[in-house]
Design a protein around this ligand. Sequence first.
Ligand SMILES: [Zn+2]
Length: 264
Amino acid sequence: MPSSLHTKDRMISPLAIGISTGLGTTAALGLAAGGFAYASLWPGSQLFGSTLIAPPRPGELALSFDDGPNPAFTPRLLEILARRDVHATFFLVGSYAQAQPALVRQIVAAGHQIGNHSWSHLNLALASASRIDEQLSRSSQALEQITGEPVRYFRPPFGARRPEVLRAARRLGMIPVLWNAMTSDWKNPSADSIAQRLMRKIDRLERHGRAATIVLHDGNHLDPVANRAPSLAAAAQLIARYTQTHQFVSLDSWTRHSAQANEV
Ligand SMILES: [Zn+2]
């Protein structure tokens, strides 16, 4: 991920929006709806629309892996997850998925969810409406052809969450998913430093009564077989650390409960 783009992302980070605007909006809506408060799908924002970040369920962790499938590392990651019976969501780059259909099917067969991460990891903040549609629909079509299942989740590359992007995702039946626990694992720092930074974030979220949606990268949009050993080792550390005390959950377990809130 080019650092210039990421720096730009950070200025309008989903965390900032989720916490400062989203929480307030959700809390207000929860009161209006007689205490039916779900912060997982930020409702009510005319600017951004509802987006899944993480619900107010401390102790629940959703792992997600972006920018794959990566034939050099995704199979190893599947082994790590299977060893502890943990399920995750893989946000796949459509063109990579099309090149690795067997690996995509292997992810699904192992009980994980897959999401759309655009066709070529284009920065949709700078794309025309028709380009956005093409990036999303082409990727969904490829994934659905490979798995035979509809794609339910979308994560915008670089976190670019323009209204046009979110609208296009919903038109295709997908829920936009952001995150609240990420570090710069794509720069390949050590596994220890990735894991420690994420643990600090996860523990802080828990103190604030929130679940964590964790992002790690098993792929790299600039290199389909990039080395992701540190990210995988960090995932193993997180699982080892939290498996006794926390619950690793799927995005489905959150969205099922929040479907009503989304319709408010
Ligand atoms: Zn990405």
